[in-house]
Design a protein around this ligand. Structure first.
Ligand SMILES: [Zn+2]
Length: 328
């Protein structure tokens, strides 16, 4: 019997190792739904401007709504510090654009952040550094990672390295590609890791967060590289929402060729009025070219998305449901 147990133990260890190693490089963080089985979070993007361009006003409303919904965490869709990321861990912009801005009691939760293209113009390692986490324990920014909240799993993906023009036509901007090169290997490993993690996910809802648009009617339009290389993977793995920033607006796109909702929350500070076009108006379900943010409330049965402006007014609401018990 002991031999059998030893054999099983060895097998288990081998399988256990395989399971752990198969998750690849994506670090995993855990969140738990509340006692009633629900979970809520805020999404803000494109914000770090030392309070300017209504960043402070957006932050204030985020706090009020965050408190009202009893949010569990905040998601940042990147371009965290303008114009050129952080110069280092001692850059005062961390205090001036984050710590001293998001002071409302309703925002004293964990922040999960991805990097945007502007963040790559500074010292990228600084934003990823545990030193910042020590300065403000809410801060957590990594290139790509997973937050498993049982009923919902969020996959945060580093989208900047996908975009060709930052490499071929940087237009005088200097990008910090340390940790990314060789680019081809970085991207293929990332796509493999995300595909594997999505496939292994048992969560009822799957949400992918990246900085760049996949589908957007705003200034930057669609990101073709993500449409070609990344969209097929998330579509094949039954992702429910793709959430991005980059375009400084709030929007929701639903197309007949994809089951995914494309949601932009990039209204954390500066925005542009009137810079919008989309070929099929029926697919552009909502577009707001001003500042604001988004909330997501999740239960096992339902997801509710709400967009707010800087005065806390509801601009747009969208919900979807899944049966509580499904036959797989
Ligand atoms: Zn951007």
């Amino acid at each position: 019997m002991a031999v059998v147990w030893n054999g099983l133990l060895v097998l288990g260890l081998v399988l256990g190792f395989c399971l752990v190693s198969s998750l690849g490089e994506l670090e995993l963080f855990a969140e738990s739904p509340k006692g009633d089985g629900s979970l809520a979070f805020l999404v803000v993007g494109d914000w770090g401007r030392r309070g300017n361009y209504n960043q402070t006003e957006v932050a204030h409303q985020m706090g009020i709504i965050g408190e009202k919904l009893d949010i569990d965490f905040v998601v940042s869709t990147g371009d965290n510090f303008y114009e050129d990321g952080l110069t280092g861990v001692d850059d005062p912009a961390f205090q001036e654009s984050f710590v001293n801005i998001y002071t409302h009691p309703g925002l004293q939760k964990q922040w999960y952040s991805v990097l945007g293209n502007h963040d790559y113009r500074g010292d990228v390692e600084a934003q990823l550094s545990p030193i910042l986490r020590k300065m403000d324990s809410r801060w957590l920014c990594l290139r790509s990672f997973i937050v498993n909240a049982e009923i919902v799993e969020l996959f945060f993906v580093d989208t900047t390295p996908f975009v060709d023009k930052y490499f071929t036509k940087p237009k005088g901007d200097v990008y910090d590609w340390s940790g990314v090169l060789p680019r081809k290997r970085y991207l293929s490993n990332l796509l493999r890791d995300v595909d594997l993690a999505l496939r292994e996910s048992r969560a009822k809802w799957k949400i992918v967060v990246g900085h760049h648009t996949i589908k957007s009617a705003g200034h930057h339009k669609n990101t073709d590289e993500l449409g070609a290389q990344f969209l097929p993977i998330i579509q094949a793995n039954n992702v429910d929402l793709y959430i991005n920033g980059h375009d400084h607006c709030l929007e929701r796109i639903e197309t007949s060729d994809s089951p995914i909702q494309f949601l932009t929350s990039g209204g954390g500070s500066k925005s542009w009025r009137g810079d919008v076009s989309w070929p099929n108006p029926k697919e552009l379900k909502f577009y707001y070219d001003g500042q604001g943010f988004m909330t997501v409330q999740v239960t096992e049965a339902e997801i509710d998305v709400v967009f707010y402006d800087i005065e806390g007014r509801v601009l747009h609401q969208w919900s979807t449901a899944k049966p509580l018990f499904s036959i797989i």
